[in-house]
Design a binder for this molecule. Structure first.
Ligand code: PHB
Length: 395
């Protein structure tokens, strides 16, 4: 911007200067796309992430490295064909310098070829199937991977007297990752895996699979359902009498999602999960984030999706600054790799080799604090890389 103003000042008329001052950002306005499910069954992800991205800009300003950022929010309803069309439009017509969001795995997979073809950075802030970042060298991620959350859950179960586990997951990428990586780790440590049950992503009916768990009498059932389905699952778990039958519920934190946890009521008490974010995380960064998020959104509590969108914006700002204001995809991707900072969730970094997030995974238990349910962290495993990619790299 400054050079544009200088050029105009050196030019002929005062009118030109006045114009440049009145519309200072013209030459430097850049668009950033945010593609999220604002409607449909995944809309809680859209609501949380849009609020968090906007909050980041409210707190950190709209100008970075000489550019004024315009965030263009698009609703894909979590439909991959819509996600792809909107992303294409953002790239071709809006000249977006980066795309963020992607609520579910099929959406992120649909945009991957576009990212590669257009050399446009895509920061995945929600979808969490491990292999997504392998689908384009222009994809980075600030959410998590299901293997990252599931392996620590198996380790905790092994150390806490749980010997036989059924798994119950939503039948698509992240659920299959959760099932595979939990089972692998649990069996490696001497545990037994019984039924491996899956429910469809669309209109899941938990009743028949929960009956099978009940009949098989495992010590525990390990569960993954995507954000937005936790409360419905928890209700069925209680209604079907599994808790009463003494079958423990262990899960990734997607089930005890902060967006819904407080509405689940006392049946959720005591459920142990592993995840990368709790609104209850005890740090100055998180206390400030939770308070600002609540203030800007009528008291809403941020969930793990919100923190990923907040950090996605942070990553983009950091990359723009490091790239000295360059906005081409290669400069931005180079600047994204290796970024490290303290997020509201704790220390995070972007693995330069995989462009995936490295972060602390916490073991948490649902407890009541001041009359509200929270995932209270009681153990942490620092600097967890995605186990799927670490295994492939022989780490
Ligand atoms: C995904 O589709 O990758 C996904 C969605 C919601 C989650 C986790 C993963 O909570």
């Amino acid at each position: 911007m400054r050079s544009a103003v200088r050029r105009l000042v050196a030019g002929v008329s005062l009118a030109a200067v006045a114009f440049a001052v009145a519309a200072p950002a013209l030459a430097d306005d850049v668009n950033v796309g945010l593609v999220l499910p604002m409607t449909g069954p995944q809309q809680s992800t859209g609501k949380q992430e849009a609020a968090a991205a906007k909050l980041f800009m409210q707190l950190h300003g709209v100008t970075v490295a000489g550019h004024t950022i315009h965030l263009l929010l698009k609703d894909d309803g979590a439909a991959p064909d819509v996600s792809k069309r909107l992303s294409q439009d953002l790239i071709a017509n809006d000249h977006a310098i980066a795309l963020l969001g992607y609520g579910i795995t099929p959406d992120a997979l649909a945009v991957a070829p576009l990212a590669t073809e257009a050399k446009t950075p895509v920061i995945v802030t929600a979808a969490a199937t491990a292999m997504i970042t392998e689908k384009s060298p222009y994809i980075a991620r600030t959410s998590f991977t299901l293997p990252q959350a599931s392996v620590p859950m198996a380790d905790w179960a092994l150390k806490n007297g749980i010997k036989k586990v059924d798994t119950l997951v939503t039948d698509y990428g992240p659920g299959i990752d959760a099932e595979t990586w939990f089972a692998k780790e649990f069996q490696k440590g001497g545990g037994a895996v019984g039924n491996r049950l899956r429910v469809p992503l669309k209109n899941p009916d938990f009743a028949p699979v929960l009956q099978r768990v009940k009949d098989g009498k495992p010590d525990a059932v390990f569960v993954f359902v995507p954000s937005g389905f936790g409360a419905a699952f928890m209700k069925q778990f209680v209604d079907r009498g599994l808790a009463a039958a003494g079958i423990k519920l262990i899960a990734t934190g997607d089930v005890t999602d902060d967006d819904q946890l407080d509405s689940m009521g006392d049946p959720a008490l005591g459920v142990v999960t592993t995840h990368h974010y709790s609104a209850d995380h005890d740090s100055p960064e998180n206390k400030a984030f939770v308070a600002a998020f609540a203030k800007a959104n009528g008291g809403m509590r941020p969930n793990f999706m919100a923190v990923a969108a907040y950090d996605g914006m942070d990553l983009l700002y950091r990359a723009l600054a490091k790239a000295g204001g360059k906005t081409d995809g290669d400069s931005l991707m180079a600047a994204i790799k290796g970024q490290a900072w303290t997020s509201p969730r704790g220390p995070i970094s972007i693995d330069p080799a995989t462009r995936d997030i490295v972060q602390t995974i916490y073991v948490r238990k649902v407890e009541k604090k001041d009359g509200h349910l929270f995932n209270v962290e009681f153990q942490s495993i620092p600097a967890v890389k995605d186990p799927y990619k670490a295994a492939k790299a022989g780490q």
